[in-house]
Design a protein around this ligand. Structure first.
Ligand SMILES: Cc1ncc(COP(=O)(O)O)c(C=O)c1O
Length: 400
């Protein structure tokens, strides 16, 4: 069933401001269901977690509901969902904990296609432990991350393979399941950065072969908070630094201090929103999420094909190459203009795009664009309309 775009857009109060948002890769607008849930927590009696009184029990419920919501969004179980301030913070936490028993001779594999959030924490953890970092390279001519190289990169010395679910610069979706199979064969763990992929298609962490999967709610219509998902048995042996009196069980052991109950309610609101993009009421939330996200993918891919073809047709526009079938995100440059200038020109017309390296630092370094401002990035989201795509293409033409 296709998305009813008018119905979907009505769920985003911020769209009334009239901007054309192609900046979803940097953060989407918040769905009404999510912001309403946040407001409700801040206006009602929600105390710190306690079983002794109703307001405290509400906090406990909010946390439990948010864990279930994330498990319904990406697969996995609620007790394996750890919340943190951001995907970056969670990846630092997990990499430090996993690296506790690394030493010289151990190895970690990272990729040059990844956002730095799934590179530097591993590189720094390895450096601290005297472990070795091995680099997977993308093919600059196609934007693909070839799977075959992992056969050479991974060995019995490999402790972790960190790889992106999708590139936040050019949208490439690596064959994560195949990479994970190679890693698992060698006894390594797989840490998948799902930040850019989760908003654009159905996700099943088990099918991906992800031992750990991280995602940020602000990329899928929710608030600024993130979650790392793993089987509780994967979390169990890890011992991050923690306070003496704080809970030692999984997943609480990994969550420092008092949680943001209001944002956690917003996470549940965002997942409920995603689950309701198609008007189907009678299936469970996981099934509705999967159906909705399949419809999201079909809708976004249709629009993105028009956007890509339109950009390629404009004389003077250079599109960074990426394999077909990736997430609906394109990086491009207009003539020899500074991408920041192009973004400002489009911004003047009410069109929101980013310019720079968006922390995909290794990617832009490799393709030689980092020193000259990176590229302009446009990302389609499920509230994007065909009219907005036309608006963007016309504005790019005028910006030459
Ligand atoms: C692919 C990818 N990974 C990681 C991050 C970092 O996410 P966070 O801001 O939650 O740390 C981003 C943010 O843009 C991203 O796009």
């Amino acid at each position: 069933m296709p998305l009813d775009i008018d119905r979907v857009r009505a769920e985003y109060p911020a769209l009334r401001e009239g901007f054309a948002h192609f900046d979803g890769a940097a953060g989407t607008l918040v769905a009404a269901r999510s912001s309403d849930a946040i407001t409700e927590v801040t206006r009602g009696a929600v105390a710190n977690k306690s079983t002794a009184f109703a307001a405290g029990r509400r906090a406990l419920e909010i946390v439990a509901q948010a864990r279930s919501a994330v498990a319904d969004l990406v697969g996995g179980v609620a007790d394996g969902v750890v919340f943190g301030q951001s995907a970056t913070a969670l990846t630092y936490l997990v990499s430090r904990a996993l690296a506790d028993d690394w030493g010289p001779g151990d190895e970690v594999v990272v990729s040059r296609l990844d956002h730095d959030a799934n590179v530097r924490p591993w590189v720094q953890a390895a450096q601290r432990r005297g472990a070795t970092v091995r680099w997977a390279d993308f093919d600059a001519a196609t934007g693909a991350l070839p799977t075959a190289q992992y056969r050479d990169l991974v060995s019995e010395r490999t402790r972790v393979v960190a790889v992106t679910g999708a590139s936040n610069a050019i949208g490439t979706i690596p064959d994560v399941a195949a990479i994970a199979a190679i890693a698992h064969e060698a006894g390594a763990l797989v840490y998948v950065d799902g930040v850019h992929r989760t908003p654009h298609e159905p996700i099943d962490v088990a099918a991906l072969g992800a031992d750990f999967y991280v995602t940020s709610a602000y990329k899928w219509s929710g608030p600024h908070i993130a979650a790392a998902i793993a089987d509780p048995a994967r979390w169990e042996p890890l011992r991050p630094d923690k306070l003496v009196p704080s809970p030692d069980n999984v997943p609480e052991r990994f969550e420092h201090g008092t949680q943001s109950f209001e944002l956690l309610a917003g996470v549940t609101g965002a997942v409920d929103h995603l689950a309701s993009l198609l008007p189907e009421a009678d299936r469970d939330r996981r099934a509705r999420v999967l159906a909705s996200m399949a419809a999201v993918k079909a809708y976004e891919q249709g629009l993105f094909a028009t956007l890509l073809a339109g950009l390629r047709d404009i004389a003077g526009v250079t599109v960074c190459p990426a394999p077909a079938g990736g997430c609906p995100t394109v990086a491009f440059r207009v003539a020899d203009h500074d991408p920041a200038r192009t973004a400002e020109r489009l911004g003047d017309e009410g069109i929101c795009v980013f310019a720079g390296d968006y922390y995909a630092a290794e990617y832009f370094q490799t393709v030689g664009l980092r020193e000259t401002g990176g590229a302009v990035r446009a990302s389609v989201y499920h509230y994007t309309t065909p009219d907005e795509v036309d608006r963007l293409l016309d504005a790019v033409k005028r910006s030459r």
